[in-house]
Every structure is written in C-alpha cells, then in structure tokens.
Design a protein around this ligand. Structure first.
Ligand SMILES: NC(=O)c1ccc[n+]([C@@H]2O[C@H](COP(=O)([O-])OP(=O)(O)OC[C@H]3O[C@@H](n4cnc5c(N)ncnc54)[C@H](OP(=O)(O)O)[C@@H]3O)[C@@H](O)[C@H]2O)c1
Length: 263
C-alpha cells in the first residue's frame, strides 16, 4: 500500500490542465489513482495528458468541457465515470475569476462569477452523487481559497462568492453522511501558478512596482516565507480522499504556509 492508501481509486479532477488542478492530478497519479483531467479545450487537455501520462502509476484520461456550461458539466461527470468505470471522488477545482475591486466589476462580471464559482460546483456535485453512491469509499473535495476566511484585496468575486461553496460543503456533508459520502474543502493560500503570476502582475500595475518586487513582498507576508507548490495542495487532497480521513467530513483545511491569522 502506498503512503495514502488510494491506489486504484477513480477520481475526476476538474479544471486541471494547469496550476492547482494539474498539481493535484500529478500527486494522485503518482499514488496509483486513476484520474480524469479536464480543461476547456482539447488542445490543452491533450498537452497535459502527454505530460501526466509519463508519470506512471495510475491511468489518466482527459475530457474537454467548460464547467460553467451546465450541459458540458453534466457530460463531463458522465463521460468521466464511464472512462474510469465508476467514480470514488469528485475533486472540484474551477478556473480563476476576473480580478478586481467591487467598484470595478460590472453586473456581467458578477453573473460570470456566479457561473464559474457557484453554479459549476452545484451541477458537478449533483451529477456526481449517483456515481458516488455506488462507490465503497466516496468523497468530494472542493477547492476554494483563504479569501473565504479573510478577504483579499482586488479579488472581490472570490471573496464574496466562494463562501457559498463552504455552505455547500456543510450542507452536503450532513445530507450525504448517511450514504457514507464525505465532503470537505481545501483552502489554498498563495500557490505558484499562472494565476498567481497574473494576480501579482495586476497588483504590480496598480502599485507601480515590478513583478519581482510584488512576488518578494507576497513571500514575506507568508509565515513559511514562500509561495506554495500545486503538489502541496495535491498532498492535502490525497489525504482527504484516503481511508486515513475516514472520520473527516464537513471540514475546511487551509494549505497556506500559515498566512491566515484568524482562529
Ligand atoms: N494560485 C493561487 O494562489 C490560488 C489561491 C487560491 C485559490 N485559487 C483558485 O484555484 C483555482 C485554480 O487556480 P490556478 O492558480 O491553478 O489557476 P490556473 O493556473 O490559471 O489554472 C486554471 C485551470 O482551470 C481551467 N479552467 C478555467 N476555466 C475553466 C472552465 N470554465 N472549465 C474547465 N476548466 C477551466 C484551465 O484550463 P483551460 O485553460 O485548459 O480551460 C486551467 O487548467 C482558481 O479558481 C483560483 O482562483 C488559486
């Protein structure tokens, strides 16, 4: 048995051609999990499949689908479960919302934000339940952000909307417990991805600083003194879907280098 005891599990990781979702998929594959990765275009999915396919232990499949579109999210869960021959875990990652302060965002931005950060989770969770009910070790893990606990400047969409996902996690964890389905959330802090660079660039422009200065300042704000790696989110997810987390449900786990100050 590998370190996490998750070999042979069947897991769908959404929004996973890059960044945090990619890092999670990599860790799961290295630990013998069979994984379906997802992104909006076949081009990105194929490129990521090529990189992940070389890693080995588990099997990896890819499905192009835009999770903000209801019919595509429904198809994604169905095709993923068919490819894997069932589903043990839904690992929900979504694309990054548009950065900006409340005063800078239009109503259309909020509508797109709701599709991206809330509706996609509702559809994917609802569609997954039928398959998870048939699993012997079923779970869901929702990736949110430390912004849920302590709002971050310039990402109003994330600060406001992701809180709903924590309501969803608590609701589902109680509703699905009788079926043995565990439901948890992971809250990433600053993780080294394209998204993190995009946010740092946005801050650099606003504050008239260089990108390097902003990245150094960000690292200084983090007690562990550095940004996290996508794989470090993967280890938390591997634990939460594993038998070692068999009594953990309805919980929110920050993986943030200690940046959250609140209790
Ligand atoms: N990085 C951080 O520090 C950090 C911290 C807290 C929370 N987060 C959140 O974590 C999530 C992932 O962030 P990241 O930094 O890994 O971003 P990233 O590097 O930009 O990767 C985003 C991924 O999402 C996919 N994606 C985007 N929209 C999609 C859609 N509608 N349907 C399906 N896939 C979609 C992209 O694939 P394609 O381009 O191939 O579609 C890509 O694989 C975001 O919601 C972000 O806000 C990030």
């Amino acid at each position: 048995m590998g370190a996490f005891g998750i070999e042979g599990m069947k897991v769908l990781v959404t929004a996973s051609t890059k960044g945090i979702g990619f890092g999670i998929s990599k860790v799961l594959l290295e630990n013998g999990v069979n994984v379906v990765i997802n992104g909006r275009t076949q081009e990105n999915v194929s490129a990521s499949l090529e990189k992940l396919g070389r890693l080995g232990a588990g099997k990896v499949y890819g499905i192009a689908a835009d999770i903000t579109k209801r019919e595509e999210a429904v198809r994604l869960v169905k095709e993923a479960s068919q490819a894997l021959g069932g589903l043990d875990s839904l690992v929900y990652v979504t694309g990054p919302p548009k950065p900006g302060k409340f005063s800078e965002l239009s109503f259309q931005d909020w509508e797109a934000g709701v599709d991206l950060l809330i509706k996609s989770a509702l559809v994917l969770a609802k569609e997954s339940i039928t398959y998870l009910e048939k699993s012997e070790r079923p779970s869901m893990v929702f990736l949110t952000s430390v912004a849920v606990k302590e709002p971050i400047p310039n990402i109003a969409l994330s600060n406001v909307l992701r809180i709903s996902i924590h309501g969803l996690v608590k609701t589902l964890s109680r509703e699905l417990a009788a079926k043995g389905i565990r439901v948890n959330a992971v809250l990433p802090g600053h993780i080294e991805t394209e998204r993190a660079i995009q946010l740092a660039l946005d801050r650099a422009q606003r504050e008239g600083k260089s990108l390097d200065d902003v990245l150094r300042e960000t690292a200084r704000e983090i007690p562990l003194g550095r940004l996290g790696k996508p794989e470090e989110i993967g280890y938390a997810v591997a634990f939460l879907i594993s038998p070692f987390a068999s009594y953990i449900t309805g919980t929110f786990l920050p993986v943030d280098g200690g940046i959250l100050r609140s209790l």
